[in-house]
Design a protein around this ligand. Structure first.
Ligand SMILES: [Zn+2]
Ligand SMILES: [Zn+2]
Length: 258
């Protein structure tokens, strides 16, 4: 490439980035990236991946839990999944972007959230020994009303090694009455029992494989635990959760965990 061609290409790239300038998904600053440098710095310093978290459910550990590397809840009742990787806290700077995506149907925010994931988590996708990535599905009814599945819209854009195949249709969800967000862990666990199933065509493919389950938010972990149970019941070897935002766990005393 000649110097002239190179300069012309560089000029075109600058022109495109200015004419197609976007807004930062976190602070709405008008600039060229979906996540501005200042917000990238904030997540770099405060993202959940910086903290000592439970190796099973991804929640930040309290001091007394550091030795075991597991939270009291997972020690008392080990989940079916094997690991959980979270980008940030639910109450961090990406919460509004996720709300814009889910509740205002601004699908462009899925690009920004995937970009945020890729900035900090791309290496996880390259190093992972998983064979498949399954987004947590919506029921057909919910998909009709929302128009898209936010977990798939984000996960389809995240960077993974070529060895990881993304399967948006392997896991299915039956329609159930809405479970209240403030419902207790036990109530939610009962409500989601038998909510998910695997498409017959994929059963053989998933056997003896390591599988990533991708979700936008993890709250109690009951949904992801039920999915992991079904995957393990159908022969999956390991199940790893990848989650964009993790809600803080309720303030419980140790006596309530054990
Ligand atoms: Zn910003
Ligand atoms: Zn845990």
């Amino acid at each position: 490439m000649s110097l002239l061609e190179s300069r012309f290409q560089s000029f075109c790239a600058r022109l495109i980035s200015h004419t197609l300038a976007t807004a930062c998904i976190a602070c709405q600053a008008f600039q060229a990236k979906t996540l501005c440098d200042a917000c990238t710095e904030i997540i770099s310093n405060e993202g959940l991946f910086n903290y000592e978290c439970c190796s099973l459910c991804g929640t930040p550990l309290e001091t007394a839990e550091l030795v075991s590397q597991h939270c009291y809840s997972c020690l008392a009742e080990p989940p079916y999944f094997d690991t959980t990787l979270c980008l940030d806290r639910y109450d961090g700077i990406l919460q509004n972007a996720l709300h814009e995506l889910k509740y205002h149907r601004r699908v462009a925010f899925a690009h920004g959230l995937a970009d945020a994931w890729n900035i900090f988590m791309a290496q996880e996708g390259i190093n992972s020994d998983a064979s498949f990535l399954l987004p947590v599905p919506l029921s057909a009814e919910k998909l009709c009303s929302r128009g898209f599945n936010q977990a798939w819209e984000i996960s389809r854009r995240i960077q993974c090694g070529h060895h990881i195949q993304k399967l948006p249709n392997a896991l299915k969800r039956r329609h159930h009455e809405q479970v209240q967000a403030q419902a207790s862990r036990t109530q939610r666990s009962q409500a989601i029992h038998e909510m998910f199933y695997l498409e017959k065509n994929y059963l053989k493919q998933l056997q003896n494989k390591n599988i990533i389950v991708f979700d936008d938010v993890m709250t109690t972990g009951a949904t992801l635990n039920e999915i992991a149970r079904i995957l393990k019941d159908n022969g999956a070897t390991r199940v790893m959760n990848w989650v964009v935002l993790r809600t803080p766990r309720p303030k419980l005393s140790r006596a309530q965990y054990v």
